[in-house]
Design a protein around this ligand. Structure first.
Ligand SMILES: [Zn+2]
Length: 526
């Protein structure tokens, strides 16, 4: 039996592994590679196998770095099914459509830029001088229907006529829609046949709603094998979700190979117990200044974590009853998916909310903003409020408009609750804001550039680090030590190279037999 580690190997995105045994070829995850656009686009476009060869796919959870290339898999000649938990299937309905929408609009915008640049060059060469403002405006008028909408017909026409290089979206909404027809959602603990001699069963991974640790049982030449794929592992004692599973069924306990994530293989998080009091302090300080709180947050997971904790603080009368706005259509849809899956919530969520007849994510003060008009009115709202909006790293979406109106006001707070990757606006706000705070806010405020303009960062910037959905090194070690699994071998995946290698060493020192495979490496079980 062979396991090929195709993606999410010595990196954190693009998870994809293949288990091959006899005639069965079962794919574990089919994630999008994220990062610099040009490099990741080239790598995302081509799957390392023919989709027709895959028997079935198993999806550990709905995050795009695990699910984002499924529409490419299912576009042509895939004859299998995609097995996952019910909540994962429900979340993918929105996340994959949103991902396709982003692919399409990015491609449209890049093609617009290509054509605009080409027309400017023609004008410049005609006059051998810079293009005048008037001529630029004329070109803009040709290529844009109004301030927001591009004239795609005109852009396509010019691209075609002058043979310009067109960017084609990785996949379209039609492709994403088609992929949704392949999903089969199952409850945890329900055995599924995924190949002629292979079955799978999901246990809760506690990482995000619907996330699973998958046990794959296979028979090859009359010999039985058990492979366990952790997907992403969650943390212990976080609200909403169950802890990562520690008790596995007797027949799943003896594991030939554990494929394990290592995002934080060499790091330890801030304790989760500090989160609620810290959130309370930030809110009360902002309220005392008469300001608003802007929280950039991912639609899936972080938004619901925040709503849960705000609801709890409101119930305890620990914070002023400020209005809360979730200004993201995707977050609104995903919050509904959360509400529809109380069967996977932990006991704490049941006692704190459900047994009292309360929905953890919906309460008197919260408004889900859907229309653009309502969102625009909210941007200009000056009465103190809390707004949760995407994108999580401030790279696009409605949060940019809230920042545009609120970043220059020292009464306001920008609360950072998620990881901010390098070269994102979120990272710049975080670094410049924290440095300014550390300096005692003396001197002129730092400038932050977006929408082609420099904005003075006068709003306070606060970071709460304990929200991570990934187990850290100690929590992953706890999972291994406290679970009832007997593990022969561990393949360390899903971590930056440095994290994976450090975790590999850590595990070997702790008495396990661990290896961080290279991308494309094949491991054989006999
Ligand atoms: Zn994840």
């Amino acid at each position: 039996m062979n396991i090929t580690f195709y993606g999410g190997v010595r990196e954190v995105t693009g998870s994809m592994h293949l288990i091959s045994s006899g005639n069965d070829h079962v794919l574990l995850d089919c994630g999008m590679i994220q990062g610099r656009r040009k490099e990741s686009e080239a790598r995302n476009k081509i799957l390392p196998f023919h989709p027709g060869l895959i028997t079935n796919a198993i999806l550990s959870h709905a995050h795009i770095d695990h699910s984002g290339r499924l529409p490419i898999l299912t576009r042509n000649e895939f004859n299998g099914r995609i097995a996952c938990t019910r909540a994962t299937a429900d979340a993918c309905r929105y996340l994959l459509m949103d991902s396709a929408h982003i692919q399409e609009s990015d491609a449209r915008y890049l093609n617009y830029k290509t054509v605009r640049h080409f027309l400017y060059q023609i004008k410049a060469s005609q006059k051998t001088q810079d293009v005048s403002r008037k001529e630029k405006a004329k070109i803009q008028a040709l290529l844009k229907k109004d301030h927001h909408e591009l004239n795609t017909d005109a852009i396509d026409d010019i691209m075609h006529r002058y043979h310009l290089d067109r960017i084609i979206p990785l996949y379209t909404r039609d492709d994403a829609e088609k992929s949704l027809g392949f999903f089969d959602g199952y409850p945890y603990g329900y055995p599924i046949s995924v190949g002629r001699d292979m079955s799978a069963l999901f246990y809760d991974a506690g990482h995000i709603l619907g996330s699973s640790i998958t046990v794959i049982r296979a028979v090859e030449k009359q010999k039985k094998f058990t492979i366990v794929y952790t997907g992403d592992i969650g943390r212990f004692d976080m609200p909403i979700l169950q802890n990562p599973t520690l008790n596995f069924a007797e027949e799943d306990r003896n594991v030939d190979l554990l494929i394990m994530e290592s995002t934080y293989g060499n790091r330890v998080h801030e304790p989760t117990a500090d989160l609620k009091p810290s959130l309370k302090n930030v809110l009360n300080e902002t309220w005392a200044r008469g300001g608003s709180l802007i929280i950039p947050a991912f639609a899936y997971g972080r938004t619901q974590d925040l709503l849960y904790r705000l609801h709890e603080l409101f119930n305890e009368n620990a914070i002023p009853r400020l209005p809360v706005y979730v200004d993201s259509p995707l977050a609104t849809q995903i919050t509904r998916v959360f509400g529809e899956h109380p069967e996977v919530f932990d006991a704490q969520t049941h006692t704190t909310f459900l047994e009292k007849g309360q929905n953890p994510f919906s309460f008197d003060q919260v408004t889900f903003v859907s229309s653009v008009e309502d969102s625009m009115a909210l941007m200009r709202e000056e009465r103190p409020h809390i707004v949760i909006a995407g994108s999580g790293m401030c790279e696009g979406g409605r949060v940019l408009h809230h920042l545009r109106y609120k970043i220059h006001n020292p009464k306001n707070t920008i609360l950072i609750v998620g990881f901010m990757a390098k070269n994102t606006l979120g990272r710049r706000i975080l670094e410049k804001g924290l440095a300014y705070e550390a300096d005692g806010r003396s001197g002129p405020p730092p400038l932050v550039r977006f929408f082609n303009k420099d904005y003075p960062l006068k709003a306070h910037v606060v970071r709460l680090g304990g929200f991570s959905a990934h187990a850290d090194r100690d929590e992953m070690t706890r999972f291994l030590k406290e679970s009832n699994l007997n593990i022969k071998k561990i393949a360390v995946v899903h971590g930056e190279e440095e994290q994976s290698l450090a975790f590999e060493t850590h595990l070997n020192q702790a008495g396990f037999s661990a290896k961080a495979p290279m991308p494309g490496e094949i491991m054989t079980l006999e």
